[in-house]
Design a binder for this molecule. Structure first.
Ligand code: AMP
Length: 279
């Protein structure tokens, strides 16, 4: 595996790679969720590029950019083990030179949920993802369902900018107790780690309730909020939405998605689950 940190070298290597080329964009501190995306790209593409860039533009001023966990050596080893051909890990100035002055803004889909609670977040995500998709000229790009709204935003951005790339969604990888793997799980301590699985437990209960006939979105969301409050979470939002538009649904009379963001002390976690109407 080749490690490159400049756009010029990435482009030079890219020209030599047999296609189709798959890319897996990450912010590092890699775990089995990232590994599953790289392994999937490895299985489906002739060449695989992993990218590692903690994107300052997608963090708010009071968010965790400075303390976001980093371990380059471990990340390099994981990418190599999963079969990446190239790891692109640029320094900040390579992505954002001092006179950088362009942003990509995806409207509509970003108005609610993470977009509302993290102003500017999706502008940062869309800008860096657009740059990475152009820089890697990938044929396929792999994104996790863990970040469900982000997945939809990236699909829309690729479509609206006519980028010749297929966005491939990967299933959320979880701990045995259901907690979705996340680099930010490193912030959980011995006390909060066991409580963190309450998000997935509550979402699963909503899924079961829905299948059993409770299809009112307000009732489903209220039950999830109660379960999270009982586990000491402060809830940013619980939303039952159309999985394509992310607009709220009044009732689950067709496939839907439940989205959650909630905080355990200083640690903010997000997760989501598919809901189905009763058979
Ligand atoms: P991040 O490093 O958090 O920016 O994530 C990089 C990619 O990995 C994104 O497409 C995420 O959606 C995806 N990802 C993060 N956590 C998981 C997980 N638990 N399962 C599957 N994909 C994930």
């Amino acid at each position: 595996m080749l490690v490159v940190d400049t756009l010029a070298e990435l482009r030079a290597r890219r020209r030599e790679l047999p296609g189709p080329v798959g890319v897996v964009p990450t912010m590092g501190y890699l775990h089995a969720g990232h590994a599953s995306l790289i392994a999937r790209a490895r299985a489906e593409c002739a060449s695989v590029i992993a990218t590692l860039f903690v994107n300052p533009a997608q963090f708010g001023p009071s968010e965790d950019f400075a303390r976001y966990p980093r371990d380059f050596e471990r990340d390099r080893a994981l990418c190599e083990r999963e079969g990446a051909d190239v790891l692109y890990a640029p320094p900040t100035e390579e992505v954002y030179p001092p006179d950088f002055s362009t942003a990509v803004e995806v409207g509509g889909l970003t108005a609610r949920w993470e977009g509302e609670h993290r102003p500017g977040h999706f502008r940062g995500v869309a800008t860096v993802v657009a740059k990475l998709l152009v820089a890697t000229a990938a044929d396929r790009a792999y994104f996790g369902e863990k970040d469900f709204q982000q997945l939809r935003v990236v699909e829309r951005l690729a479509r609206d900018l006519d980028l010749p790339v297929e966005i491939v969604p990967g299933r959320t990888v979880r701990e045995p107790d259901g907690l979705a793997l996340s680099s930010r799980n490193a912030y959980l301590d011995a006390e909060t780690r066991p409580q963190a699985s309450a998000i997935h437990t509550a979402l699963q209960a909503a899924r079961r309730a829905c299948l059993a006939g409770q299809t009112e979105a307000a009732e489903l969301a209220a039950a999830v909020e109660r379960a999270l409050a009982a586990a000491d979470f402060r809830v940013d939002y619980v939303a039952i939405v159309d999985p394509a538009t992310l607009e709220p649904l009044a009732r689950v009379d067709r496939p839907a998605r439940a989205l959650v963001a909630a905080r355990l002390g200083p640690v903010r976690l997000i997760d989501n689950l598919a809901l189905e109407p009763p058979p």
